[in-house]
Design a protein around this ligand. Structure first.
Ligand code: TYM
Length: 333
């Protein structure tokens, strides 16, 4: 029996943070044993907003290093850069023909990003059609599952709609309807406690943060907004830091930490110190592997080259079938 297939990706827009790690990347690492995995660095998504073209190549390499350092194993998973497989953008065009304009207009991420930039009409057409390229990333490998944080749920729904419409128009059952796979912590809030952790807002702790700045940021993080003094009881189920504990701290400590919070027997500072220990225990090996990988650019080139070759072989075959189904001639030989 063929294994179920995963595809996921991240935008190389800067350093990965704990939201990316706990919401998605840690889950990818765990899923490698069970699924046939494709993990890409979506450089073509990163250019849908203003960006620095001189910085992009290094950001792509840094992202690959972060994937590998976190534990993505290139002997078990295919790791590659989106733009190394041009079939993604070709399929995106075909899928755009079965995607509705109104559907794209309802995407909250588009609304959020244009709001941040201050103008919807000035946004690039690429930002508007971003979810179609994401659908193509997934469907070009006929992936059945997509491990992401919960902010991608609406995009996944669009991918399923596109698959459904394509199938009913051209061939029943051709594309699987990809399901989301969520980690136990699908939404990590930022240090400000107001919005989800995000690079663009700067309310984050980086995955590769060194211990000193890590503590500096963690010690200032918001916890339960109702707990303004140490004597007031806290509500661990609403606290972002307790959520991180559930992903990182040994399970037998969790009821103890929760009780200390509820009974106000310890303050948030105490809880943060224990989270610091858990974070450093988890991330120290990741930081060490990242340093090793940075010192070996040849190895990185090779991993990404091999990954692109594997991915392309699959994507090539899907596009051959798609063109034939759609009556498109495609490249002739
Ligand atoms: P991106 O680059 O914004 O984020 C990468 C992954 O991290 C998750 N994430 C979070 N999870 C929990 N808490 C947070 N605060 C948090 N912030 C980010 C995201 O949900 C995501 O899983 N559109 C995608 C990239 C993409 C993609 C794809 C994903 C392009 N093509 C195909 C899956 C499949 C994005 O912008 O992710």
């Amino acid at each position: 029996m063929t294994r179920k297939r995963i595809l996921s990706g991240m935008q190389p827009t800067g350093e990965l943070h704990l939201g990316n790690y706990l919401g998605a990347l840690k889950n990818w690492v765990n899923l490698q044993a069970e699924y046939d995995c494709f993990f890409c660095i979506v450089d073509q998504h990163a250019i849908t907003v203003p960006y620095d073209q001189k910085a992009l190549p290094k950001l792509v390499d840094d992202m690959a290093i972060s994937y590998l350092a976190a534990g993505i194993d290139p002997s078990r998973a295919t790791v590659f850069v989106q733009s190394a497989v041009p079939e993604h953008t070709e399929l995106a065009w075909y899928l755009a023909t079965v995607t509705q304009y109104g559907e794209l207009g309802r995407m909250t991420q588009f609304k959020d990003k244009t709001e941040q930039a201050g103008s919807e009409s000035g946004a690039s057409a690429a930002l508007f059609t971003y979810p179609v390229l994401m659908a193509a990333d997934i469907l070009v490998y006929k992936a059945t599952h997509v491990p992401v944080g919960d902010d991608q749920t609406q995009h996944l729904e669009l991918a399923r709609n596109a698959a459904q419409r394509f199938n009913s128009r051209f061939k029943k059952g051709f594309f699987p309807e990809p399901a989301g796979l969520y980690s136990p912590t699908p939404r990590i809030m930022g240090l400000d406690g107001l919005k989800k952790m995000s690079k663009s807002i700067g309310n984050h702790i980086a995955m590769l943060e060194e211990p000193k700045p890590l503590w500096k940021k963690l010690s200032g993080a918001y916890t339960d907004p109702q707990r303004t003094t140490q004597d007031e009881p806290g509500r661990p189920e609403l606290c972002n830091l307790y959520r991180m504990h559930t992903a990182l701290t040994p399970a037998e400590r969790l009821p103890v930490i929760a009780e200390q919070c509820r009974s106000a027997s310890f303050g948030c500072g105490h809880c943060k110190r224990e989270l610091e220990t858990s974070l450093n225990a988890e991330l120290e090996p990741v930081r060490a592997r990242a340093k090793e990988l940075r010192a070996n650019p040849e190895r990185l080139r090779q991993i990404l080259g091999d990954g692109a070759a594997t991915a392309r072989a699959v994507a090539f075959e899907t596009l051959r079938e798609v063109r034939e189904l759609m009556g498109i001639r495609g490249p002739t030989r």
